[in-house]
Design a protein around this ligand. Structure first.
Ligand code: NAD
Length: 256
């Protein structure tokens, strides 16, 4: 299976490159920005050239690339594994449109354990009444991270909202600062911390008047994301067009 890497000189791109080789797949090469020093592998001039040499493209880049990548890849036979976060609603609409023509696996976090935590978040959201249990999500990442809250934090919030039958966009609340007023009943709050080289830490906290439940996931190594993305690429090649996630790849859909 031939795999290509968009963002091959980045933190994730390098790990994905190693994971492709570790899994015994063929590395076609990748895309990087001018001036970057990529791993020792073919570098293609653009996505059209890369996708022509691949069965699947694994993409960890920047949200500004998502719409052009979606448009281009939709016209190829190439599967698209998308790990980039910080997408706008218009970016996401482009991903969904592309998935009507090719297999797309999109995940805010490709680590197997996080996907179990997402399933637990939905179960806890369904079990703990929103009027009694205040849900808050705290995340911490390395100082270079560009978007906040992290894609994984937002996925946790969406899972809780889905469990509660809420519309996520109406209940989410960002950073509180100054005279921000009392907490709205049923809202899902986010706090983002940045520092050092932390790979990714997320805690989902449900606080009631008389008890608290906290669920924490800590990623120690980007290899867990990279191995998951390569597994997703191998799974996606030859699949019918559609928008898939890691629950599909891990066979967790039946368990919810
Ligand atoms: P990084 O900055 O180290 O690397 C990103 C790479 O993308 C750059 O090296 C560059 O080659 C490319 N790039 C950046 N801007 C570009 C542009 N405008 N046009 C074309 N190429 C561009 O970042 P990173 O830590 O590797 O993270 C990349 C993305 O993946 C981020 O959105 C991050 O949040 C996300 N991420 C997702 C997961 C997951 O499991 N889904 C895990 C970690 C990171």
């Amino acid at each position: 299976m031939r795999m290509g890497v968009a963002g091959i000189a980045g933190r994730m791109g390098r790990m994905v490159t190693a994971a492709i080789l570790e899994a015994g797949h063929s590395l076609a090469g990748g895309l990087c920005l001018p001036g970057e020093t990529p791993p020792d592998t073919p570098i293609f001039p653009d996505m059209a050239a890369l996708s022509a040499a691949c069965d699947a493209v694994i993409d960890f880049t920047h949200a500004s690339t998502v719409l052009p990548h979606a448009t281009l890849l939709a016209g190829t036979g190439c599967a698209w594994v998308l790990g980039t976060t910080g997408l706008t609603a218009a970016d996401q609409a482009g991903v969904t449109a592309a998935s009507s023509r090719i297999a797309v696996v999109q995940a805010a976090n490709f680590a197997a354990g996080v996907n179990l935590v997402l399933a637990l978040a939905q179960t806890l959201g369904a079990a703990l009444p929103a009027a009694e249990y205040d849900a808050e999500i705290v995340e911490m990442h390395h100082r270079q991270k560009l978007d906040a809250p992290s894609g994984t934090a937002l996925a946790l919030g969406r899972a809780v909202a889905a469990g509660r039958g809420q519309d996520f966009d109406t209940v989410r609340t960002g950073a509180r600062d100054g005279q921000c007023g009392a907490r709205r009943p049923g809202e899902i709050g986010f706090a983002a911390m940045r520092g050092g080289q932390i790979v990714g830490e997320h805690t989902l906290i449900f606080t009631a008047a008389d008890e608290q439940i906290a669920l924490t996931h800590r990623a120690f190594d980007r290899a867990s994301f990279a191995r998951g993305a390569v597994r997703a690429a191998a799974w996606a090649v030859g699949r019918a067009p559609g928008l898939y996630d890691m629950k599909d790849v891990l066979g967790m859909k039946a368990a919810g």
